[in-house]
Ligand binder design. Structure first.
Ligand code: GLN
Length: 245
């Protein structure tokens, strides 16, 4: 059982829409408050990734243009390492543009941009309005006693469809989710997770930050020391209210 959380942020400069890097600060702070170590490394364009070098690999959201740059690089220089990391139980978390790149492809006009294929999903940039607004989803995860709510904000042009055997991260309570039709939001295959929720996601959902932290460290969630979460609970309640639940 490790007591240092090692995080590798993929393309932190290019894939950081809505300050998605705030999610890293949240993990860092929750480790610090508990006396756990935290190490943050970054892998940008052209940088190789050591599959054993982190417990959590993080890919934030991005504009289509930046996302295309990263997609090519991700497949060329990081795909195998991310598969090896996921195979040994490391967390791979993709937010918005990030979830799109975890799948098989992102079809954009006449281009089909390949993803790393860690999960069976495809995303298409259809005609029609962007899917924008506050969103809340109901999530069940191993180690949790019952369903929990994730609340956040979504803004995506891409519509994501899961393969027939693929599980979503959650069920949409309010908002659009993966495609505005299926009632599904995000994806989860073991420790590979993707979601459209920005916010940033973790400051609005401290319970999920702790689930990620515990899972990445191979600990039981109940082993984590409780924290005074008055402000975090207020942020969560406010995000839920914004979504209308
Ligand atoms: N570029 C992607 C889309 O619009 C993702 C956007 C984002 O990360 N917010 O679908």
């Amino acid at each position: 059982m490790a007591d240092v959380l090692r995080v590798c942020a993929l393309y932190p400069d290019l894939m950081n829409i809505y300050a998605d890097r705030g999610n890293m600060l949240m993990l860092q702070q929750r480790c610090a408050w508990r006396g756990l170590g935290f190490e943050l490394t970054a892998a940008g364009l052209g940088d190789p990734v050591d599959p054993d070098g982190a417990d959590l690999f993080y890919l934030g959201g991005g504009q289509d243009r930046d996302q295309l740059l990263c997609a090519e690089d991700l497949v060329a220089t990081k795909r195998e390492a991310l598969h090896a990391a996921a195979d040994r139980g490391a967390i791979v978390l993709g937010i918005c543009g990030g979830i799109q790149l975890l799948g098989h492809e992102y079809a954009l006009g006449d281009r089909a941009v390949p993803g790393v294929g860690l999960v069976d999903l495809r995303t298409v940039r259809e005609e029609g309005p962007r899917l924008i607004g506050n969103v809340a989803i109901e999530v069940e995860l191993p180690g949790l006693e019952g369903p929990r709510v994730l609340a956040g904000f979504e803004n995506h042009g891409g519509r994501t469809k899961l393969g027939p055997e693929t599980r979503p991260l959650g069920r949409v309570l309010k908002g659009f989710g993966n495609d505005g039709r299926s009632g599904y939001e995000g994806v989860r295959r073991g420790t590979v997770l993707g979601t459209y929720l920005h916010g940033p996601l973790l400051p609005k959902n401290a319970w999920f930050a702790d689930w990620l932290l515990a899972t990445a460290l191979g600990r039981d969630l109940r082993e984590l020391a409780p924290l005074d979460d008055a402000l975090e609970d207020a942020a969560h309640a406010s995000a839920r209210r914004a979504a209308g639940i």
